[in-house]
Design a protein around this ligand. Structure first.
Ligand SMILES: Nc1ncnc2c1ncn2[C@@H]1O[C@H](COP(=O)(O)OP(=O)(O)OP(=O)(O)O)[C@@H](O)[C@H]1O
Length: 456
């Protein structure tokens, strides 16, 4: 939206609508009208042809803002929601209409302008108005991402589009699907690639240390703060910060993160001095953030702020076409690393790999190939140890006496695996490797299930 674009406000509370109009006009935007119901809004749209519509979810009359959004979606008119209503079903219905943003009342003019900016940017990218410099199709050599499935092509395209922009990116996907790898590809293709790339794993940090880790602290800010500490946001200044497992971030830290995203400023703990930072945020999670929002563990406003450009990574079992390429890629990688020249893989073994469900996704496949290379005696791989044979062996034939929920099963399986690894989580032979997931993910699951690690 350029400031010349015409905005229609659809809001039934006159004072709120008038305030909004004033805010927008002061910000240099052109408000073409205020409608208090869906019917009035549709008349305005016919007459004034606004470029953008700001909609309140709850409206006078039979039809709601969600109904209007559905109509606008069909008409290809971009819109944003402004609402005080943040309950789950409202959020779900609003999301289905594919708005360009969702601002929660009350908000400040700055929040509104940033949201409009982001919306315009996203709209421009989607409609092809905003062209990036790198419109040539990227190869896996450039992105480091292997796979030629239509999903991978689309993903590569989106990475290419978003990388050179300052837009925040939210990467969603099961464990081992390549979220961190994608974050690094975005960074590598951005114009910040000569600036720092700082990773923060929100799941691995104890709750009481997370704020100090992110924002830093002054000497003496709390017991044990013997030195001034520069936080990750400050370290990332000018560059990119990757917030892995963002779904694990405690609510208090989320408030501060929101402020960094909106205003690019924060204070070290124990300091009054406000620091300004210029950072690009990439966040990732394997959690369902909408569920986290509805259950009160994740802030809705932060979710919307991060969800400007979501990238959802498909599990490997839903893009089996990529398995063969990945297998050959890992054969070469581990062949080189382990000093073995592996040139091929037996067809029936390859079929077996293609048909496996890979719940640990690419990481699990990678470990499987690494083991196969390690054990190979000649240039062709003719046997692989599938992860399932290992787990079946470990659980043995002890069937649970009662039917367990998936959650309970997961907890029990983690406990058994930890016993098998003598309580070791990471490293070779650690529980994470045995389970085919990253140590970070295992730590977050251990935390979620309340499993106590006892070190002897
Ligand atoms: N498209 C790909 N091509 C090649 N290697 C990949 C690809 N995607 C992921 N990998 C490799 O798979 C492994 C797991 O990827 P990554 O750590 O990025 O996953 P993740 O989704 O961040 O996992 P987690 O949620 O457990 O942290 C890494 O070794 C990574 O290099």
């Amino acid at each position: 939206m350029s400031k010349k674009d015409k905005i229609l406000i659809v809001e039934d509370e006159f004072i709120v609508a008038y305030d909004l109009k004033l805010m927008l006009t002061k910000g240099g935007y052109l408000v073409t009208g205020i409608a208090s119901s869906v019917e009035r809004a549709l008349q305005y749209i016919e007459e004034k042809k606004p470029d953008w519509v700001l909609i309140d979810v709850i409206l006078k009359g039979e039809l709601t803002g969600i109904d209007l959004a559905q109509i606008l979606h069909k008409k290809n008119i971009p819109f944003l929601f402004i609402s005080a209503n943040t309950n789950h079903s409202c959020l779900e219905s609003a999301k289905k209409t594919q708005p360009y943003g969702f601002l929660v009342k009350p908000f400040r003019d700055k929040d509104l302008f940033v949201m409009l900016d982001i919306a315009r940017h996203r709209y421009g990218i989607e409609r092809g108005f905003i062209k990036t410099e790198t419109q040539v199709e990227l190869t896996s050599e450039v992105t480091g991402l292997i796979g030629k499935s239509s999903f991978m092509k689309e993903l590569t395209y989106k990475i290419q589009v978003v990388a050179p922009t300052p837009t925040s990116v939210l990467i969603l996907g099961e464990t081992g699907t390549g979220k961190e790898k994608v974050a690094k590809a975005i960074y590598a293709l951005s114009n910040r690639n000569n600036q720092p790339f700082i990773t923060v794993n929100c799941a691995a940090l104890p709750i009481n240390l997370i704020e100090s880790e992110l924002f830093g602290h002054e000497k003496g800010a709390f017991t044990g703060a013997h030195q001034r500490r520069i936080g990750k946001f400050e370290q990332a200044h000018g560059g990119t910060i990757f917030l892995d497992e963002i779904g694990e971030m405690p609510l208090e830290a989320q408030v501060k993160l929101l402020r960094v995203l909106q205003e690019k400023e924060f204070e070290r703990i124990g300091s009054d001095t406000t620091l300004k930072v210029d950072i690009r945020v990439i966040a990732a999670t394997n959690r369902n953030l909408e569920k986290e929002v509805s259950e009160g563990r994740f802030r809705l406003d932060l979710y919307y702020r991060l969800n400007v450009f979501p990238l959802e990574l498909l599990p490997l079992r839903e893009r089996k076409e990529d398995i063969e390429d990945l297998v050959y890629y890992f054969l070469e990688k581990y062949g080189l690393l382990l000093g073995k020249k592996i040139t091929s893989i037996n067809n029936s073994v390859l079929e077996k790999l293609k048909n496996y469900a890979w719940h640990g996704n690419i990481r699990e496949l990678e470990h499987c190939i690494e083991r196969a290379v390690l054990l190979a005696n000649n240039a062709e791989i003719n046997t692989v140890q599938m992860p399932e044979s290992k787990t079946v062996h470990q659980i043995g034939s002890e069937l649970p006496s009662a039917i367990l929920t998936m959650d309970e099963m997961e907890k029990e399986h983690i406990i058994n695996t930890l016993k098998a690894s003598n309580g070791r989580v990471s490293g070779a032979g650690g529980a994470a490797e045995l389970l085919g997931i990253s140590a970070q993910t295992l730590y977050s699951k251990i935390k979620k299930h309340g499993i106590k690690l006892v070190y002897k």
